[in-house]
Structure formats: structure tokens, C-alpha cells
Design a protein around this ligand. Structure first.
Ligand SMILES: C[S@@+](CC[C@H](N)C(=O)[O-])C[C@H]1O[C@@H](n2cnc3c(N)ncnc32)[C@H](O)[C@@H]1O
Length: 245
């Protein structure tokens, strides 16, 4: 059972693959998409949930998603057909870090996938390269809400606190025009969903060769969350405009 399969099973019951509830996703899309006829690009789109919601809400919108996980893209494709928006959605199975777009985009999303670029600033540099003048970026990334233990840093890497994260973004030439801090309810809900969906699948498929691995992975992840990073981890989404046009 590889990382892609684990992620697909773990995210089966959650609105998006990040600690955000439906209202938060709706609010962030509202602040990113202002007209309804935009071209939208999602770097690390996963199952395409952000794009599908945007396409369903705006009949004039066109969207493209990039992801390395073929199974997630297949789910996005199937969902787009069910929603009748597949003629306005293009999906690219490739590394987002070297995605060669043939045109610019009015809105660029990257939520929970900044690791694909090596961090927040390289993600913003990539987004900038894809953006039309006057465009907006919606980026979601982790931060330390409280001082992390060494174990939390080992699990999640070396994040910054929230003011430092925002300072880093503004110093890079961006102005936040909206933001969302995942609530305790969203953060906990995401982790219970991730670990619970994966564990549930394992219990439902005891004869599957991947069942034991899935159950162990769910247990390890739950333990790392509860013992390692629950008290320190936060997740911020920012809607950004280039400060100088
Ligand atoms: C936590 S999920 C977030 C998915 C989506 N943005 C969402 O919020 O629902 C991270 C996604 O990034 C994708 N990913 C990781 N590295 C990537 C890369 N180098 N290029 C493109 N996608 C990548 C994964 O396959 C996964 O679908």
C-alpha cells in the first residue's frame, strides 16, 4: 500500500484534503473568485474538490488542476462528469513544480501542497509565474500556533509562527486580502477523519493485503497527532494579491 493509496483512503470522507470545513472552503473561494469567468489553476489539486466547487458555482469559469496522484485525478474526472462540469476542467498528471502552462491564470490555488515546491516562498514564486496582472493566489500552509516540541518539528518540519509566516509573505510582495485560520474543530475534525476513514477501511477489508498496513498507519498517525503535534500545529489559508499589481 503506497502513500497515494493511503492518502486516497484517508481523505475519503473529508470535504477537501486539508483542515477546512465546507463554510471555510466556500468563504475562501468567494474571496478568490470575484467575477465568475476566471481561469483557475490548482497546483496539487488532489481530487479537485476546490475546482469542482468553483466550477459548479460559476458556469463561466474554466479550471485546470495539476497533481502527481493519478487515482486522485481519476476521482476528480469522474466527479466532474457527474456534476456536468467536465467540459470546463482540464487535469494534468504531472509534477506541479515544473508545470508549463500555455497561458496565465486569474486565480492560482495551492492548499496543503506547498511541499511540492519546497515551501511557501517557492510556491508563491511558481504561482506568480502563472498569474495574470490583477490575479489572486489562494495558498494554504501549516504554521506553529504554539511552541512545538522537538517531536512535532521532527514530524512536520520546521514551520514558522503565524506573524512570521504573514511577514514572510508580505515581504515577498503580496498583500493578504482575506484569510482563514483553521479552528480547533476543523483541525481535530480533519485528523479524526483522516485516521478514522483509513482505520475503518482496514476493518471493512480484513482480507485485503493492505489492511494491516492501513490500520498500522492510521494508529501511528493518530498517535503522532495526539502526542506529537496537536497542541502546536495550525493551518492558515491566505488570499493574496501582488502588492504592486
Ligand atoms: C494534502 S493534499 C491537498 C489536495 C488539495 N489541494 C486539497 O486541498 O484538497 C496534497 C496534494 O499534493 C499532491 N502533490 C504532492 N506533491 C506533488 C507534486 N510534486 N506535484 C503535484 N502534486 C503534488 C498530492 O498528490 C496531493 O494530492
Amino acid at each position: 500500500m503506497d502513500r497515494e493509496q493511503i492518502s486516497r483512503l484517508a481523505h475519503a470522507d473529508h470535504p477537501v484534503a486539508a483542515p477546512l470545513d465546507d463554510d471555510a472552503v466556500r468563504g475562501l473561494l468567494h474571496h478568490g473568485i470575484r467575477r465568475g469567468d476566471e481561469r483557475v489553476l490548482d497546483l496539487g489539486c488532489g481530487r479537485g474538490e476546490w475546482l469542482l466547487r468553483a466550477l459548479a458555482a460559476h458556469p463561466g469559469l474554466r479550471a485546470e488542476g495539476v497533481d502527481t496522484a493519478e487515482s486522485a485525478l481519476a476521482e476528480a474526472r469522474a466527479a466532474a462528469r457527474r456534476l456536468g462540469v467536465d467540459d470546463r476542467l482540464t487535469l494534468h498528471h504531472r509534477d506541479a513544480a515544473d508545470f508549463p502552462a500555455s497561458h496565465a491564470f486569474d486565480v492560482v490555488l495551492c492548499v496543503g501542497a506547498t511541499h511540492a515546491f519546497g515551501g511557501l516562498l517557492p510556491t508563491l514564486a511558481a504561482a506568480r509565474a502563472h498569474l495574470t496582472p490583477g490575479g489572486r493566489v489562494l495558498v494554504g500552509d501549516g504554521y506553529w500556533a504554539h511552541r512545538p516540541t522537538p517531536e512535532a518539528v521532527e514530524i512536520l518540519g520546521d514551520l514558522a509562527d503565524l506573524p512570521t509566516t504573514v511577514d514572510t509573505v508580505t515581504a515577498d510582495g503580496w498583500t493578504p486580502v482575506h484569510g482563514h485560520l483553521s479552528t480547533r474543530r476543523e483541525l481535530d475534525g480533519y485528523e479524526w477523519s483522516w485516521t478514522g476513514s483509513l482505520a475503518s477501511w482496514a476493518l471493512d477489508h480484513p482480507d485485503d493485503p493492505g489492511a494491516a498496513t492501513a490500520l498500522t498507519r492510521a494508529t501511528t498517525h493518530r498517535d503522532q497527532w495526539l502526542r506529537g503535534y496537536r497542541d502546536a500545529f495550525g493551518f492558515v489559508c491566505l488570499v493574496l494579491r501582488p502588492t504592486n499589481g
